[in-house]
Write a protein that binds this ligand. Structure first.
Ligand code: SF4
Length: 354
């Protein structure tokens, strides 16, 4: 990790989206408003998707008029880019301090998945990732993470409100664990968005101690580990974080997490043509996958301008999967969505869709 996050800009009135229901209730009580109004506000904002206090008819007029002094309901200014087939949307969100983040929604017939950012940029410098090229500007606060989800839901018209959330956008979520876990608790609230742990996945490039911390928090969310190589030598070249926490330690931590939470860990493997797609790689990956409760997700590389990596040919992808599949518990190949609007995996980093 190259540098520490910059200071988080303080908001004078707290954002609604960073307040848990108990915290909102306390804040209302401090201002002489009965705490149960917090339940009503959660219902209005998260369930009825009402954005104007004036329309919240069961609140007293004084609270409707004065809500702006209690909490800030503003959502970030957003531009939305839609893929030609309409299945993928890339959102560029401008935060209060002018920082920009990118988030992506992907819809299939079964489910919409929201890919959420946890930091502005990223310090981990994975060699194949556009976000890594930006460096780390700062951590996101919990309210900025929750507001991302609400902003995307509003833009999509809440057509699917039982969506999955993956922390796979910009940044390393476990490097910002306190804000990410706080946001997850708010997203879980059954009076709010009510997004269960089964529908949330946190993806890490391999911060071993924080994997243990996440497991100990009891949030029960899914864990995805970005593996991308099967030897320490190659992984350290691709992902400098491997020099600090090599493969054996990472896989141990992932196994423990899976056992603690009772869920299979996803091993993410970006296939880089001629780099990590040999038959020996497939055999080693199968061995790793068998050693823990896991499923493997193969991601054929999505090109990033300025980076020399190649996507393997369709035949090479097929050969790798054919070699891996019989020996690994579960293998899926991620279909690439959003490549033409620079919204695919590893492409979030200010690349213009226009
Ligand atoms: S792959 Fe993830 S951890 Fe690595 S640089 Fe990109 S955003 Fe950061």
């Amino acid at each position: 990790m190259s540098h520490a996050p910059g200071p988080i800009p303080a908001a004078p009135v707290p954002s609604f989206y960073g307040l848990s229901r108990p915290r909102l209730s306390e804040r209302l009580a401090e201002l002489g408003v009965p705490g149960y109004r917090a339940d009503q506000l959660f219902t209005w904002i998260y369930r009825k998707r009402e954005r104007s206090p004036q329309n919240m008819f069961n609140l007293p007029a004084a609270l409707r008029g004065g809500l702006g002094a209690v909490c800030d309901l503003k959502l970030p200014a957003t531009s939305v880019h839609r893929s030609a087939d309409g299945t993928t949307h890339k959102f560029v969100l401008e935060l209060a301090d002018g920082a920009r983040i990118e988030s992506v929604s992907m819809s299939t017939v079964k489910r919409t998945t929201l890919c959420v950012s946890s930091q502005v940029g990223c310090a981990l410098m994975c060699r194949f990732c556009a976000t890594g090229l930006m460096g780390l500007q700062r951590n996101l606060r919990a309210d900025e993470i929750v507001a991302q989800v609400v902003t995307m839901g509003d833009a999509l018209g809440w057509e699917d409100d039982r969506f999955n959330i993956v922390f796979m956008g910009m940044g390393e979520p476990l490097a910002n664990l306190s804000a990410v876990s706080e946001a997850i608790r708010i997203l879980h609230d059954e009076r709010g968005l009510n997004i269960g742990a089964r529908r949330i996945t946190v993806s890490t490039s391999g911060l071993v101690p924080q994997i243990g911390e996440l497991g100990a928090m009891g949030l029960q969310v899914g864990l995805a580990v970005s593996l991308h190589a099967t030897t320490d030598e190659l992984r350290s070249q691709l992902m400098p974080v491997n020099k600090r926490w090599p493969l054996a330690e990472l896989l141990d931590a992932a196994r423990e997490y899976g056992e603690t939470v009772g869920r299979r860990v996803t091993l993410e493997y970006t296939l880089l043509g001629g780099v990590n797609d040999s038959p020996e790689d497939a055999d080693r990956l199968a061995r790793f996958a068998r050693a823990l409760p896991s499923k493997v997700n193969i991601i054929p590389y999505n090109p990033v301008p300025g980076l020399a990596w190649q996507r393997p040919s369709a035949e090479a992808i097929e050969a790798f999967v054919a070699r891996l599949q019989p020996h690994a518990p579960s293998v899926t190949v991620r279909s690439t969505m959003g490549g033409e609007i620079w919204a695919a995996c590893g492409q979030l980093g200010g690349l213009s869709p226009d």
